[in-house]
Design a protein around this ligand. Structure first.
Ligand code: ZN
Length: 276
């Protein structure tokens, strides 16, 4: 594990760069706080614009950090984990109308399929983006990154399986979408030194984990961004806190902990993916 350098870029305090992590944008109800309605998403975008924010992709932010440039003030990354088709149907038209961009982190093994990997309460299943939709988004300037192949908790995988998830998801996305895949977002937001090193060894240049605080750059050049999840329960106070790099409230931390527990339960309910 290379030494981690808190990026200060001439300042005395480590610099933060806000990354807002969304999951589903969809009007259809489900028993989950990970879904927000298109109307609420639209309100978030308009609120960001009123505050003077502009959006950039994760790899563009990574390039600025790598070149020791300052990420401009009032710049935010909007990220979608999992790659549901609500991004194409509902979120993308709202972003496009406002000339805003985003990064989609795709569960590569589930393109065009239902979310069978997900443990949920209730009956409703949601479809993932198809390869055609991913290509169209990519051609329109939305960055496509990897969110693994099967959405396992990477910190609990054997090394061979970990390497397979990172390598195969990148290779399939590259082949099917036809663009370079440079960014990775860890499933369930949880990472470890081994996961982080392996992400870099598999050709990615930056990654997103769920936590608050500054971004980090290792001596070998790997950049890790701190992402803040935006849920149904996230109010504007918390959004503002996320933009300013403030840690979440006790309730926010409890919600995040509950999501972490889901990571533990998922293999018990769904079984572990099999690897060649
Ligand atoms: Zn996910």
């Amino acid at each position: 594990m290379a030494l981690v350098d808190l990026v200060t870029q001439g300042s005395n305090v480590p610099l933060t760069f806000p990354v807002l992590v969304y999951h589903k944008v969809d009007p259809r109800f489900e028993f989950s706080i990970a879904r927000i309605s298109p109307n609420r998403f639209k309100s978030h975008l308009d609120w960001l614009l009123r505050q003077g924010y502009q959006t950039i992709t994760i790899s563009e932010a990574a390039r600025l950090v790598r070149e020791n440039q300052l990420v401009p003030d009032k710049t935010v990354a909007i990220v979608f984990d999992d790659g549901f088709d609500g991004i194409y149907k509902y979120a993308w038209p709202l972003l496009r109308e406002r000339k805003m961009t985003a990064t989609v982190f795709m569960v590569a093994g589930f393109a065009g399929k239902q979310d069978e990997w997900d443990v949920k309460i209730g009956w409703r299943r949601f479809r993932h983006l198809s390869w055609d939709q991913l290509r169209e988004l990519s051609e329109a300037g939305i960055e496509i990154g990897s969110h693994s192949l099967n959405h396992p908790d990477l910190t609990r995988l054997e090394n061979d399986a970990l390497q397979y998830e990172l390598r195969e998801s990148r290779s399939i996305l590259k082949e099917k979408v036809g663009c370079d895949i440079r960014a990775f977002s860890v499933p369930f937001g949880t990472s470890s030194p081994l996961v982080s090193d392996s992400v870099m060894d598999n050709g990615y240049e930056s990654m997103v984990v769920v936590r608050s605080g500054p971004y980090e750059k290792t001596n070998s050049g790997m950049i890790t961004f701190a992402g803040v999840c935006v849920y149904l329960t996230t109010g504007y106070n918390r959004l503002e806190g996320a933009l300013q790099g403030r840690p979440p409230s006790l309730l926010g931390r409890m919600v995040q902990k509950a999501i972490g527990q889901c990571a533990r339960w998922t293999p018990l309910v769904k079984g572990r993916p099999t690897y060649p």
